[in-house]
Structures are given as C-alpha cells and as structure tokens.
Write a protein that binds this ligand. Structure first.
Ligand code: ASP
Length: 365
C-alpha cells in the first residue's frame, strides 16, 4: 500500500484584519477518506473515495466561520476499513509536525473504524493541549440529504472554540449528529441512521442544538502543562476473542497458541463472566503464565466488568486477567497495542492498564 501525503494547503478562509489574525484560531483539516468524500461510480453504483479538492468546494459555508482552515489530505483517500497502524502513525505524524502551527485539528475519517482510530490516536498523543476532532458522515457531502455539512461545520466550530485565547477542548473527540463525544469512549452502533455512534459509559462532552452546549465538568483534565509526547510503538500481535455458548477447546487453544501472541481482548458476558470449565480456565491461565496479557471486557454495549461478582468470573480474577472495567472493545484494543509498545515491566502492566490514562475508562473502585 502507498500513502504519500500531499499538503494541499487550501486556504479556505483568508483573514483580512491583521490585528485580529493573531487571535483568529487556525485549524488544520486532515482528510483521510470515508463516505464524506466519496462519489458513486455510475457504472457499478459502488461508493469510492474521490479528490479532496472537490470535497471542500461543497462547503463554502466554512468561509463564514471565525477561523482559518488549512487542509491536508492523504494522497490516496481510503475507506476506513483499510485503516491500520501504518495510517494511524501517519496521522499522528501530521499532527505532530503541525502541532505548534495550529490551534486545533479536525480529522475526516470513515465512520466504520473511526472509534478504533480515534481511540488509538488518543493514546498516541500524550499531554495533548489542543482539540483533535474526528468526524465523517453517513451520506457523501454531495448528496442532497447529506449529514456531512453539519458534522463538518460544527466540528470546525468546536475545534476553534477558545477560552482566554486557549483551546477549550484538549482531548481527542468524535463529533457526529449533534453530539461531541470523548473519542475513546465511542462505538459505532448504526450503519443506517445518522446517529451512528454512541458513548455508552460516558455522557457527551457537548450537544449541538440552537446553542452549542458544552458539559465542561466532563472534559478530560490535564494534570500538568507537560509538552506533547507522541507514542508510535504499537504492538499488533494481539487478538479480540469473543466467547460464545459452545466455544470449543480447539478454538481457544489455537488462538492462544498463535506465535508471539502478546495480548488478548477477551469479550465476556455481562459483568465479565465466562465459562467455568476447567479446560477454558487452564488455557487462559497457561497463556497468562507465558506472558500474554488478557483484558476482560464486556460484550454488553454498556456497563462494566466486575470480576468476582459472580462465580463465573472469580477464577479469571485469580489467574491474573486484567479488568477492562467499562472500556469499549475498540479502546481496549488500542490501549493494549499502545501499552505493549511501551515496554512496561511485567509486574506493573496490569496496574497500568487498569488505570485511567486518557479518560478511556472509569477509575476502578
Ligand atoms: N465505509 C465507510 C468508511 O468507513 C463508511 C463511512 O465513512 O461512514 O470509510
């Protein structure tokens, strides 16, 4: 795959008053692909990414916003199903390179894997002091009934909102259909409705109606003014294992035998419950002993893992399975990739994973 990045440097808004210019928020819009910029192939009817140049022509409204916007596009925009660690790294590198030049970033991304990418980016950008807002749409921007315009315009407005000349939001967010969410709390729940995302265990950071209402008390609090640290070592020899009634020993055994397997996101039932069969517990126990980190997350859309609440999770707790608490699967996967790349000592890994790093899960009580 080839992903040359071309800085298109479209000046969408030219500020005339120099005095005001110093204070006018300056944003970078990064286009990676997704439905928002797709067109229909007339012959096949299939949606394909198209040129970013054309995309921005559909939104002259941006010129009326009180900010300046430059843009940067993946040379080959992609459907988010093709997003991998390689592209996540490209994305953080664009942000890193332009971090001092801009007051905020808006990332246009396909909705299918947006929660995965945005969760990963939240871990990769430590001590973030500026907004990074992910958005996209269910219908292409050229479509008459498109949801793209509102999503994009409000995302830009949010990213340019300042307080005392400083960005109001200092975390990675996802804006879709009138709601601003903490990105690493989101999950895609609908392939049909404009309301495609939800944040089951954390309320929206803002709601857009007649007014843009921010829930300030829910913002991620940066503890210090430390400079941005960009983390790019991601371990991807990990697996998501969703248990189901009837899962066989052979399946679990073969998955846990994968060569050099480093971690497992184990999707369990309810509040973290799993089969109590000896073979199942023993296989997990051996994997943990071998040094594989296993994180327990719930298959439920909302709620959290409470190991030890039922008999069916007591053994998991005893053998050293990590609690994912109320984290989403997308975020657990990203956190595992990130922490495995950080060479954390074995005896500290569980504690670090179970701590809140970017607001991705509630603190364990
Ligand atoms: N398949 C598209 C993507 O994720 C869907 C979208 O953009 O909503 O890239």
């Amino acid at each position: 795959m080839y992903f040359y990045l071309v800085n298109l440097q479209h000046k969408l808004f030219q500020t005339q008053i120099t005095d005001k210019m110093a204070k006018t928020p300056h944003l970078l819009l990064i286009y990676t692909g997704g439905t928002i910029g797709m067109v229909k192939d007339f012959k096949t009817g299939v949606l394909k990414p198209f040129n970013f140049d054309k995309l921005i022509k559909h939104i002259p409204e941006i010129n009326h916003l009180d900010c300046t916007v430059d843009s940067f596009s993946f040379d080959t925009p992609i459907d988010s199903s093709d997003m991998n660690q390689e592209e996540w790294i490209l994305l953080v590198e664009i942000i890193e390179k332009n971090y001092d030049k801009y007051d905020g970033f808006v990332v246009l991304h396909g909705s299918d894997t947006m929660s995965y990418t945005a969760s990963a980016i939240s871990f990769m950008l430590e001590n973030l002091g500026k907004p990074v807002i992910f958005t996209g749409s269910q219908l292409p921007i050229g479509d008459l009934r498109t949801d793209a315009k509102e999503n994009l315009i409000t995302s830009i407005e949010i990213a340019s909102t300042q307080k005392n000349e400083k960005p109001l939001i200092t975390e990675v967010c996802l804006y879709f259909e009138y709601k601003l969410y903490r990105a690493n709390r989101t999950t895609k729940i609908n392939a049909e409705h404009f309301e495609a995302f939800t944040s089951p265990n954390y309320p929206p950071l803002a709601v857009s109606g007649v007014h843009l209402k921010f829930n300030y008390h829910l913002f991620f609090k940066k503890e210090n003014a430390a400079p941005l640290k960009v983390r790019k070592n991601l371990e991807n020899n990990i697996v998501i294992l969703k248990i189901f009634p009837g899962i066989t020993k052979e399946i679990v055994q073969n998955i846990l035998r994968i060569q050099d397997l480093k971690g497992v996101v184990l999707e369990t039932y309810g509040s973290g419950n799993a089969p109590t069969k000896k073979w199942f517990v023993n296989l997990l126990k051996d994997a943990v002993k071998k040094g594989v980190y296993i994180v327990n997350v719930t298959q439920c859309v909302a709620g959290s893992v409470i190991m030890g609440q039922y008999e069916t999770s007591v053994e998991l707790e005893k053998i050293g399975i990590i609690s994912g608490n109320d984290i989403t699967t997308e975020s657990a996967l990203a956190k595992l990739m990130y922490l495995l790349g950080e060479n954390i000592p074995k005896n500290e890994f569980k504690k670090v994973f179970e701590s809140q790093l970017r607001g991705e899960m509630s603190e364990l009580t």
